[in-house]
Design a protein around this ligand. Structure first.
Ligand code: GAL
Length: 443
């Protein structure tokens, strides 16, 4: 990773840990339920669709086949970006009955919600045994770890993938047939969108039955308007939320929302992505573009839809809006040895090369990237993304838990929810200014 990517870390600061967070106090009694003498390991994710479910099931099946006395089950809770799973997980962790492991984004979501309050065991032994401190990039290691009061670094989750949130996907045939070029600026986007509208095609498919998808649109527009440093500064207090560049971004956002499908609030992200897929060969799809993280590539590939093109979101070229899914070890997990075995495959190059080709993401483990021949390979999109990850400035996604504390993300989403219903730029900006103050980051 380039120097610029370290900015991702700069926005995350973690206070000294509650010392007891590191102590292992749970029993190792098997939770049973696996049948046939197997010990059950309950894992919770929000991967229920397309490439997400296929990829996770592939790794679980491999683990279960290799470990006949253990049985991992994926108790998935539907809802993109963890919009339902995260609340359910927090309730279980607070109640002292967590699953054995669960999906959690690296950065603030992991550290603020679970690590700092002391709900997770550290995984220092796994990191040491597997050489992960040299295999995961420094920018990743820094936001899956925290220091204790004595200044010693401890690792708390195992990143399975790296996703890019700021990608514009489009139907290639629609663009070619209408002599259109994928837009690299929002002004170009509006020209393209007007041409598509005139042809009766919805320009931009949005599925925000979970508001995060709309918030992610704003996230990309802010990145485009402010650049990597300016966007990072929003989360550290260096960039003024009341500033003119933010007003420009919000005005662009207001206009972009006039080009989306009318049924956006009843669709999930994947239903919106599917609007790019024609109902039958040669038919016109419902929409021409969608702005979504690269799990959309997994969705398209899973649906055998190959006619998609991609480009960085307008104004976002060479800026990688990053997030990672990771899995950790709750202190109250019932079968810690089994979980550690499972986490070992999740972090390994072999496990990452099994999972990520389905998922649309790239591996977090830098020694991964070449699945064995005969296995599912990385797609053209993923090969492009691997190159961008090494070359781009990396910024943290707010909607996927990396940029801001969960409460601040909640306030950001509340402001977006109001705006989508009543798109008033001044009201939105006032709410965003206040949200930064309430987070204790702005004065
Ligand atoms: C993200 C998650 C991705 C994908 C996406 C849609 O938060 O990191 O892996 O699942 O949500 O659900």
């Amino acid at each position: 990773m380039k120097l610029a990517s370290r900015r991702m870390i700069a926005v995350i600061s973690v206070a000294a840990l509650v010392a007891s967070a590191c102590s292992s106090n749970a029993t190792s009694a098997p939770s049973g339920g696996g049948g046939g003498g197997q010990t059950a390991i309950e894992v919770v994710s929000w991967w229920t669709t397309g490439g997400e479910a296929s990829g996770f099931n592939a790794i679980i099946d491999k683990f279960n086949a290799d470990n006949p006395t253990l049985k991992v089950t994926n108790s998935a809770i539907a809802g993109g970006a963890g919009s339902n799973a995260q609340a359910a997980l927090q309730n279980r962790v607070l109640a002292g009955t967590p699953p054995d492991s669960f999906q959690v984004h690296m950065g603030h979501e992991l550290l603020d919600t679970y690590v700092t309050p002391g709900y997770m065991d550290n995984l220092d032994d796994l990191y040491a045994a597997n050489g992960w401190t040299t295999q995961f990039p420094k920018g990743v290691l820094d936001i899956v770890s925290a220091q204790d009061a004595a200044g010693t670094t401890h690792y708390y989750s195992v990143p399975l993938d790296i996703h890019r949130a700021n990608v514009l996907w489009y139907n290639k045939t629609v663009f070619t047939a209408n002599n259109l070029t994928a837009p690299t600026t929002w002004d170009q986007f509006f020209t393209v969108a007007d041409a598509l509208k005139a042809k009766g095609i919805t320009p931009l498919a949005v599925g925000d039955n979970g508001i995060w998808a709309n918030g992610m649109l704003l996230e990309s527009i802010l990145i485009g308007a402010l650049g990597a440093d300016g966007y990072n500064g929003l989360w550290t207090g260096k960039t003024d939320w009341a500033g003119a560049n933010v007003t420009t971004a919000l005005t662009t956002y207001q206009k972009v929302l006039t080009y989306v499908n009318t049924d956006h609030s009843s669709l999930s992200w994947d239903q919106a992505a599917d609007y790019l897929i024609p109902a039958s060969a040669g038919a016109q799809p419902k929409a021409a573009m969608t702005l979504m993280g690269d799990w959309a590539a997994g969705e398209f590939d899973n649906k055998k839809f190959a006619d998609y093109g991609w480009i960085a979101a307008p104004g976002n070229d060479k800026i990688y809006d990053a997030l990672a899914d990771s899995f950790g070890l709750p202190s109250k997990a019932t079968n810690k040895d089994g979980v550690k075995k499972f986490l070992t495959i999740l972090g390994s190059a072999a496990g990452q090369d099994l999972f990520n080709p389905y998922k649309g993401s790239i591996p977090a483990n830098s020694t991964a990237g070449t699945p064995p021949s005969g296995a599912k390979q990385y797609s053209t999109y993923q090969t492009w993304a691997m190159g961008e990850w090494k070359a781009d400035a990396i910024v943290p996604s707010v909607e996927h838990g990396a940029a801001a504390a969960p409460k601040w993300k909640g306030a950001f989403e509340a402001a977006v929810t109001v705006f989508v219903a009543t798109p008033d730029v001044a009201t939105l900006q006032t709410s965003l200014v206040q949200a930064c103050k309430d987070a204790g980051v702005c004065k």
